[in-house]
Design a protein around this ligand. Structure first.
Ligand code: MN
Length: 207
């Protein structure tokens, strides 16, 4: 499957007032685009260029820092856009909602655990809800690493269900240094419907 740069799944202003239009335009059109272009350049003419993104990331440790950073940046932003929706917010439902209750103590506890992981991430990175050994887990990764990568230790490997970008470029224009306020706003647009789809797929794939 070729690695493609997709448009945002909703208009750039669709997440306002929680995430502003200018941030989304720069984040997608400049940051995400640059990761894609640099990944493509780093992979040009290599056998790794023929891997799907899942296999690429699972073998990224041997492919050098340009592929690790930009391949991660490419994948992470795709799942971050998909983790938000103008129709988002509320609490997880379906199989994911039941698992959040059973395994994490409910939606409020999940939001707190993920917010704590995002705030505690020094510098730049992501907080994630993942499935690891058929159980939900909250983890965080530095820079553009992610839970699919072979460089992620056993404690953070898994199938991504929800991605929260805590790089300053994700929130600085509206929230400046107030990362906790940005994370609180994120929950108003968190797309639990797509998260539930990823959860069901990960569970049935044996993640
Ligand atoms: Mn970002």
């Amino acid at each position: 499957m070729p690695l493609e740069f997709d448009p945002l799944p909703y208009p750039a202003e669709a997440l306002e007032p929680h995430i502003d239009r200018k941030t989304m335009e720069i984040h997608h059109g400049k940051h995400h685009r640059a990761y894609f272009d640099k990944m493509t350049a780093a992979l040009a003419g290599t056998e790794a260029a023929m891997m799907g993104v899942g296999r690429l990331l699972a073998n990224v440790g041997g492919l050098g820092p340009a592929v690790r950073n930009n391949g991660g940046g490419y994948y992470n932003h795709n799942i971050y856009w998909a983790s938000m929706s103008p129709a988002g917010g509320g609490d997880p439902a379906g199989a994911l909602g039941a698992a959040v209750e059973r395994e994490l103590g409910g939606a409020d506890a999940l939001r707190k655990e993920m917010a704590d992981a995002g705030v505690a991430r020094f510098g730049s990175g992501f907080a994630w809800l993942i499935v690891q050994k058929q159980k939900l887990k909250v983890v965080s990764t530095p820079n553009q690493d992610n839970p699919l990568m072979d460089v992620c230790g056993e404690s953070c490997r898994g199938a991504p269900i929800l991605a929260l970008d805590v790089w300053e470029h994700a929130y600085y224009l509206t929230y400046q240094n107030r990362r906790p306020d940005y994370i609180a706003a994120f929950w108003n647009v968190a797309d639990w419907k797509s998260a539930n789809r990823r959860y069901e797929e990960a569970m049935s794939a044996g993640a």
